[in-house]
Design a protein around this ligand. Structure first.
Ligand SMILES: [Zn+2]
Length: 252
């Protein structure tokens, strides 16, 4: 499998790539490994389940939970945020659900009491790097340093790469210390061109037990996330589904 296969330039980036928003996909092995690639164009259609061929190429990542029961996993990236995280915590708390918060280290340092509240209320949390770097545009050393700095602060054993972007080397190094959590359902709450109602409609078409859904506790997503979350929680109540926190390795 050593021979180079002339793939288009776009898929020859020196990366083992996982791109999960917008254009998806791309696998790259070199030299003594084989080349393979796949591209998924979802062209602005969010809340699309990540297709099976994508997830099966990366079996070492966590893409979804068990589909047999009544549990699903709501995850919130980019906080803690002094306004939006408490609002989300209030909504989850009054509906009796738990979630998972992938925190940016700098925000944990800025808002330690919000981070404590996540912990105190029985949710789980994960590492989302120190400064929300994209793995594709950050060197190996700097990326791993950012991962370790955030891990020192959060100590969760769960990691989600910002933008879903990592190089093969970064993923390999991080997987030795942390469970890498992706998702199978993009709600699109980060998309400033969409309304909460549009996000909700597309999300409800795909939400089911076992889902790992991505939302954000951030200013950028704030015009959509509370309305979207309210609709999701309503549907969960109707269906008898339970929001449960992802298990953190090494935590009871
Ligand atoms: Zn993020």
């Amino acid at each position: 499998m050593g021979a180079k296969i002339p793939w288009p330039a776009a898929v020859q980036a020196p990366h083992f790539t996982v791109a999960l928003s917008g254009t998806i996909g791309g696998l790259y092995w070199n030299q003594n490994r084989c080349f393979s690639t796949f591209l998924y164009e979802i062209a602005g259609v969010y809340a699309t389940r990540i297709p099976e061929p994508v997830t099966s190429f990366f079996p070492e990542f966590l893409w979804s939970g068990a589909s047999g029961g009544q549990e699903l996993h709501l995850t919130f990236d980019d906080g803690p945020h002094p306004e939006w995280t408490p609002r989300i915590l209030d909504m989850l708390g009054s509906a009796g659900h738990k979630g998972t918060f992938f925190c940016v280290g700098e925000n944990v340092e800025r808002y330690p009491s919000v981070f404590e509240r996540i912990q105190d209320e029985g949710h789980s949390w994960g590492n989302h790097t120190m400064r929300h770097e994209s793995g594709w545009s950050t060197g190996q050393y700097a990326y791993l340093k950012s991962f370790l700095q955030c891990e020192d602060i959060t100590g969760s054993g769960l990691f989600r790469p910002p933008y879903g972007r990592m190089t093969r080397g970064q993923a390999k190094a991080i997987a030795m210390r942390s469970r890498i959590v992706m998702w199978d359902l993009l709600t699109g709450d980060f998309d400033q061109k969409r309304t909460a109602e549009q996000c909700l409609t597309s999300t409800l078409g795909h939400l089911r037990p076992g889902s790992i859904a991505v939302m954000h506790d951030s200013d950028k997503a704030s015009p959509r996330t509370p309305g979207l979350l309210a609709g999701i929680l309503h549907e969960m109540e109707e269906q008898g589904w339970k929001g449960s926190a992802l298990d953190m390795p090494g935590h009871p």
